[in-house]
Design a protein around this ligand. Structure first.
Ligand code: OW4
Length: 401
C-alpha cells in the first residue's frame, strides 16, 4: 500500500489586490472552505483562515516565530526596511524585556490616571463636531481626530509634526504586504515621516510622566538598554495610532448601519467596551500577519515546510462560522472575547487597554449626545495591505434632545 500526503489546496487570488481589499469576505470564505492550510500561488506563501488553526499557530511561537518578520519579506533572505521592532518582530528571549517594560506602562491600572481627562476630551470633541453641522465625515472628525488628540499627548511627544503619524503608520502596515502599488505610492514621502517619527523617540523629546519617558526610566533602571529605549517608543508611534483610528471607524460604521445596536448602547452605555471588541472582531482592523515555519509543521494534516512564510488571516478567523454564530452580524448580545483581532499568545496587542479606553471615552460621549448616527452618503474604503478600514464615512449625527 502506498500513502501519499494529501495535496495542498492552491488559491490563485492575490489577497492584496484592490478587489479583495475592497471586500475581503468572499476571498476569506473560499480560504476557509479550501482547508486548514492553503498555498497562495501569487506570492508562493502559505495561508490559514480558520479560527482553530490561526489561534493555535499564534500561540505556538516556538514553531511559528516572528523573528523573520511578520510581513511577506522573509528576513532569512531579505534585509528589513527599518530596524526590526523589538516587540513585534522578535521572539523570546529577546522579546521579553521590552514587553515586560511596556506592559505595565499600558496596563489597565496604569491607565486609570488618563480616564477622566480622556472622557472630558471626548465630550469636548463631540460638542465641536455637533456644532460643526449635522453632516460630518465620521473618519476625519471622530475616528482620526480623537486618537490624534489624546494618544500623542499620553506618549509625551510635542504637538509639532503630528501629521506624520498617520501616513507613517499607513506605510508601515502596507509594507507588511507585497511591494505593490500601495507601497510604491507611500515610498517617496516615507523618509520625511520616518525621520520625524524616529526623532521623537529620543529621551529629550518626551514629556515627563508620559509613556515615552516611562520607557526611558526603565532604561535608567537597567530593565532595557539605552539602545533599546528609542525602538520601544517607536513601537508606540508605529502601532498606536492607525490601529485605533480604524477600530473606532469600525465602531462608528457598525453603529451607522445597525441603528438598533446604537439604541442598545445608548440605553446601556456600560456596553461601550463590548461594542469596541465586537467591532474589532467584526471589522478586524489588523487583517493579517505572517509567521515563519521554524520546522516542518503539520497543520490539520497538511505540512507547512520549514523556512516558509505563512499568512494568518485574523479577519477570517474572526468570521469563521466554525467558531462564531452568524459571524458577519455585528451584535452586542454576543460575547466577542476570544477574537483574534488583537492577536493571541505572547505577542497579543500590548496596547489593547489603551485602545479600549479611547473607544470607551468616545462612544460614551457620543451616546450621551447623539440619538442616531445615520449614513449620509456612500462610504469609501481605505485600502491598505494589512489594515481594513474606511477612508470616508459620511454620517448625519442626530442630536439627542
Ligand atoms: C500591531 C504592531 C504593528 C506595527 C508596528 C509595531 C507593532 C511595532 N503591532 O512594534 O513597531
Amino acid at each position: 500500500m502506498t500513502t501519499t500526503a494529501p495535496a495542498i489546496p492552491v488559491n490563485h487570488v492575490d489577497p492584496f489586490s484592490p478587489e479583495v481589499l475592497e471586500d475581503p469576505l468572499p476571498f476569506q470564505h473560499a480560504l476557509r472552505e479550501a482547508g486548514p492550510v492553503v498555498h497562495l500561488a501569487q506570492h508562493d506563501v502559505y495561508a490559514m483562515g480558520r479560527y482553530e488553526h490561526v489561534r493555535a499557530a499564534l500561540v505556538d511561537w516556538q514553531r511559528f516565530p516572528s523573528g523573520a518578520g511578520v510581513g511577506l519579506a522573509n528576513w532569512r533572505y531579505e534585509k528589513p526596511w527599518r530596524p526590526p521592532s523589538l516587540l513585534l518582530e522578535t521572539d523570546p528571549p529577546h522579546h521579553d524585556a521590552p514587553r515586560a517594560v511596556l506592559a505595565p506602562i499600558l496596563s489597565p491600572r496604569a491607565l486609570r490616571r488618563l480616564r477622566e481627562q480622556w472622557c472630558t476630551e471626548a465630550e469636548t470633541l463631540v460638542d465641536e463636531v455637533l456644532a460643526s453641522g449635522p453632516e460630518v465625515d465620521a473618519m476625519s472628525t471622530l475616528a482620526e481626530a480623537f486618537p490624534l488628540r489624546v494618544f500623542p499627548d499620553a506618549v509625551g511627544i510635542p504637538r509639532e509634526g503630528r501629521e506624520h503619524l498617520l501616513p507613517y503608520g499607513d506605510h508601515l502596515f502596507n509594507a507588511f504586504g507585497p511591494e505593490n502599488a500601495l507601497v510604491a505610492k507611500g515610498a517617496p514621502t516615507l523618509p520625511e515621516h520616518a525621520g520625524w517619527v524616529n526623532a521623537q523617540c529620543a529621551r529629550d523629546r518626551l514629556a515627563e510622566g508620559g509613556f515615552g519617558a516611562q520607557i526611558w526610566a526603565a532604561a535608567d533602571r537597567g530593565d532595557i538598554t539605552p539602545e533599546q529605549a528609542p525602538l520601544v517608543v517607536r513601537s508606540l508611534l508605529s502601532a498606536g495610532v492607525d490601529t485605533t483610528v480604524h477600530g473606532l471607524g469600525a465602531c462608528l460604521s457598525a453603529m451607522a448601519t445597525h441603528p438598533e445596536q446604537w439604541a442598545r448602547l445608548r440605553a446601556q452605555p456600560g456596553l461601550a467596551r463590548v461594542a469596541f471588541d465586537e467591532a474589532v472582531r467584526w471589522e478586524s482592523p489588523v487583517q493579517t500577519f505572517f509567521r515563519i515555519a521554524d520546522v516542518d509543521v503539520s497543520v490539520g494534516g497538511t505540512v507547512v515546510p520549514e523556512g516558509r512564510k505563512i499568512l494568518m488571516f485574523l479577519g477570517s478567523a474572526n468570521h469563521d462560522p466554525r467558531r462564531w454564530d452568524a459571524p458577519d452580524v455585528f451584535d452586542l448580545d454576543r460575547d466577542p472575547s476570544g477574537h483574534v483581532g488583537f492577536g493571541m499568545g505572547l505577542h497579543q496587542c500590548v496596547g489593547q487597554h489603551v485602545a479600549r479606553l479611547e473607544a470607551e471615552a468616545l462612544l460614551t460621549a457620543l451616546a450621551r449626545r447623539v440619538e442616531r448616527i445615520a449614513p449620509a452618503g456612500t462610504p469609501r474604503r481605505h485600502h491598505n495591505n494589512t489594515m481594513r478600514g474606511w477612508e470616508s464615512l459620511p454620517v448625519r449625527l442626530v442630536p439627542a434632545v
